[in-house]
Design a protein. Structure first.
Length: 304
């Protein structure tokens, strides 16, 4: 077993690294366990992060790691946490490589993972000309003809959002639309075309979508796609440890990142549905400071 540490951070994305920065500057011993497969690795650029708009995900991580290296109490390991046992003040983390860490506090920054969608050709364009968030990639596709792949309430929600970037978009529900009559009328009133035939394939060249082909013979030309992803929690460990989670797998936390389990925190995409790099970093920083405050208070009270 390695030397006991103050905080074990599971996940080295923006939330985990931001927490590590806050804790490193607070002189806490930290190990960040990350498997090195972030969800945004498929994208060419990350947007919306002030001073880093347009940066590649790999460059973002490289710069963050480089800056955090100035704080010697923070260590990164490329590994996967597989089991966690123990309690507040003494958690035992075991990794896939057989390493164990004893940690006073835990922070889950495990994000979310995409489940493959049964759409032929989507994988080839995902992150290049097919995206999930208009706030992240809408600017690059402004005023262009787009296809929106979603159904039901998700499709209507995306349609309303996309209207701020373009008025040229078509909904492909890839099967039953799952709309209510009221929703169908609303889309009709806004002249949004809807096709409910299954998608045959997405034609693309070098990752750039050209058209969406439907099984009924319709072909929809477009230069970009937005779709509703199917997500699962990046790790089952928070739930296994007893943390309360939503049906979607998001860990339930308070405003400081505290979970329902003493000594356990969560931040970033694992603890919010606002999937933005800058939001994840902010939540990670807040959780890191909260963890530090808890450690300081515990030490203060022990010395009375």
């Amino acid at each position: 077993m390695n030397k006991p540490i103050d905080v074990g951070i599971i996940g080295g994305g923006p939330a985990g690294m931001s927490a590590a920065l806050a804790l490193g500057r607070a002189r806490k011993s930290v190990v960040v366990i990350d498997e090195g497969r972030p969800r945004n690795r498929v994208t060419r650029e990350s947007h919306g992060f002030l001073t880093r708009d347009g940066i590649t995900p790999s460059d973002f991580r490289h710069i963050a790691r480089e800056q955090i290296s100035a704080y010697p109490s923070v260590h990164f390991v490329e590994d996967t946490a597989v089991t966690i046992t123990g309690h507040d003040g003494s958690f035992l983390i075991t990794t896939a490589q057989g390493t164990t860490y004893q940690s006073k506090k835990l922070l889950f920054a495990v994000g979310m993972k995409d489940l493959p969608l049964p759409v032929n050709g989507l994988a080839e364009v995902y992150g290049k000309s097919a995206f999930v968030c208009p706030y992240c990639d809408g600017w690059e596709l402004r005023d262009q003809p787009l296809v929106l792949i979603a159904n039901g309430e998700k499709a209507l929600h995306l349609a309303k959002m996309l209207s701020g970037w373009t008025n040229q978009y078509t909904i492909c529900t890839n099967g039953p639309d799952e709309f209510t009559e009221e929703q169908r009328l609303e889309l009709l009133q806004h002249r949004v075309p809807v096709f409910d035939s299954p998608i045959e394939c997405i034609d693309s060249v070098d990752g750039m979508v050209q058209r969406v082909e439907l099984t009924d013979g319709n072909s929809i030309s477009c230069t970009g796609i937005f779709f509703a992803p199917k997500l699962v929690a990046g790790s089952d460990l928070p739930k296994a440890l007893g943390c309360q989670v939503t049906e979607a797998g998001t860990v339930i936390v308070d405003s400081f990142g505290k979970t329902s389990v003493p000594g356990v925190y969560s931040a970033g995409d694992a603890a919010t549905t606002q999937y933005q790099v800058i939001t994840a970093a902010a939540l990670g920083s807040a959780a890191g400071m909260s963890i530090n405050n808890e450690l300081l208070l515990e030490e203060w009270n022990r010395q009375r």
